[in-house]
Design a protein around this ligand. Structure first.
Ligand code: ATP
Ligand code: MG
Length: 401
């Protein structure tokens, strides 16, 4: 199914490497009705340890078109008023960033996305390594993302969210300065030449860490935040494959009070966008959970969310995976050939089951991210040891649905 049936303008095309994914923006269209409160009761039923889901936390009324930035600046943001690590973004001079990146030398080029080019740099005064994101000078959407990103990241602090050191706004130049993530994006490890390094244990560690970052945004932030841009290129890896979520330019304050969704323009990346959000513009926390399920399928199968090089019926990862997952034996054919046979079979099943429930068509049947964290933490607690017996033949696994 086309995730974006009424797209007007495909505004940004990612230019950084191997894919032809599109970031979309649509008609600046308003939707009016807040949803009914039925979006909060899914559970992950991974075999013996079914996990119950608590009702969604609700706080106060929220303006439907308000971005994360405006609301947070009002409340001071963050968890329990703890701002020790927050609000520290510094304003850099352009000359400092030119020095740091050797005048944006292409030798320091890290990649390019919809926002602009990203360069590695070394700050002359502190010696710190940084990633400098330079906004393309083509339009207001970039400026909005710049501001939302700057404000959101200066108000959050979590080990699984990338740190924003500061920004630079001089004339037309808009730049963001982040901590440098030495192993780059997960996307590069899954689909690029470095992919051999990613074994089962690291994959699950990355998935669990990304889930914790998302849980922080959904359940620990006050007001809660919907990320809206979860995908493998936005999961950055530090030493030992420590994952952090990046790119908060599309983040929105979540629904509060009796509302279960916020109404907004459809923004996101093809293949990751929850179908109900794409169809109606109604954004919920479960939209992020859907995107998380897509990312989990990616990390399990080594297949891209959308791959136009495949036959048309197999191009969309979710459409390809859902029918196959009706038969539990298929997981052995679906798993990334890079890790074929090198995983604990029972945990492979649990991971696929978790991904499957996250990408359920109905938002109410998707789990909350806190339940996903529990499921993935359990999987991480049962790592793969190379001396384990061959995966396929010895372990009984239960039926997925
Ligand atoms: N903090 C960072 N540390 C190291 N590398 C980074 C950092 N931030 C970005 N990069 C690199 O730059 C690339 C481009 O990132 P960017 O977020 O601009 O684009 P994208 O995620 O590929 O696409 P999109 O614009 O849709 O988010 C990333 O894939 C990553 O390799
Ligand atoms: Mg990105």
């Amino acid at each position: 199914m086309n995730c974006f049936p009424w797209v007007k303008d495909s505004s940004k095309k990612t230019k950084n490497n191997n894919n032809n994914k599109m970031k979309y923006k649509t008609l600046d269209q308003n939707y009016d009705q807040p949803g009914s409160n039925n979006d909060n009761d899914a559970k992950i039923d991974t075999e013996d340890d079914a996990v119950k889901v608590a009702p969604a936390k609700v706080d106060s009324k929220e303006d439907a078109e308000q971005s994360a930035v405006t609301k947070e600046s009002k409340v001071g943001g963050g968890v329990d008023g703890d701002n020790k690590e927050k609000g520290k973004s510094k304003s850099y001079k352009l000359s400092e960033l030119i020095d740091a990146s050797d005048n944006f030398n292409m030798e320091n080029f890290l990649g390019e996305g919809g926002f602009g080019k990203v360069f590695k740099g070394k700050l002359k005064d502190t010696g710190e390594l940084v990633a400098i994101k330079q906004m393309d000078s083509d339009g207001t959407q970039g400026i909005r993302e710049f501001v939302v990103e700057m404000m959101t990241l200066s108000l959050v602090a979590h080990p699984n969210l990338v740190k924003l050191f500061g920004y630079c706004a001089e004339g037309n130049q808009k730049l963001l300065v982040y901590e440098y993530m030495s192993l780059g994006s997960l996307e590069k490890h899954l689909y690029g030449p470095k992919r051999k390094g990613l074994d089962w244990n690291n994959r699950m560690k990355i998935a669990a860490g990304a889930a914790r970052g998302l849980e922080y945004l959904h359940d620990k932030m006050n007001p809660p935040i919907i990320y809206r841009d979860l995908k493998s290129s936005n999961i950055l890896l530090g030493e030992n494959y420590h994952p952090k979520l990046s790119d908060f330019g599309l983040a929105k304050v979540g629904p509060t009070g009796t509302n279960t969704h916020v109404s907004t323009r459809v923004m996101g990346t093809e293949g990751y966008c929850a179908p109900e959000y794409a169809m109606t513009g109604q954004l919920t926390f479960k939209s992020d959970v859907y995107s998380f399920g897509v990312f989990l399928l990616e990390i399990l199968t080594g297949r891209e969310a959308i791959d136009h090089r495949r036959p048309s019926k197999d191009q969309n990862l979710v459409d390809w995976a859902r029918p196959l997952l009706r038969d539990r034996k298929n997981i052995y054919h679906m798993v990334d050939p890079e890790i074929q046979g090198q995983y604990p079979a029972k945990q492979l099943y649990r991971a696929f089951a978790t991904a499957l429930i996250c990408v359920q068509e109905q938002p109410s049947t998707r789990p909350r991210v806190s339940e996903v964290v529990k499921a993935l933490d359990h999987i991480v607690s049962q790592p793969y040891y190379p001396q384990s017996p061959p995966a396929q033949s010895t372990t009984e696994i239960p039926v997925i649905s």
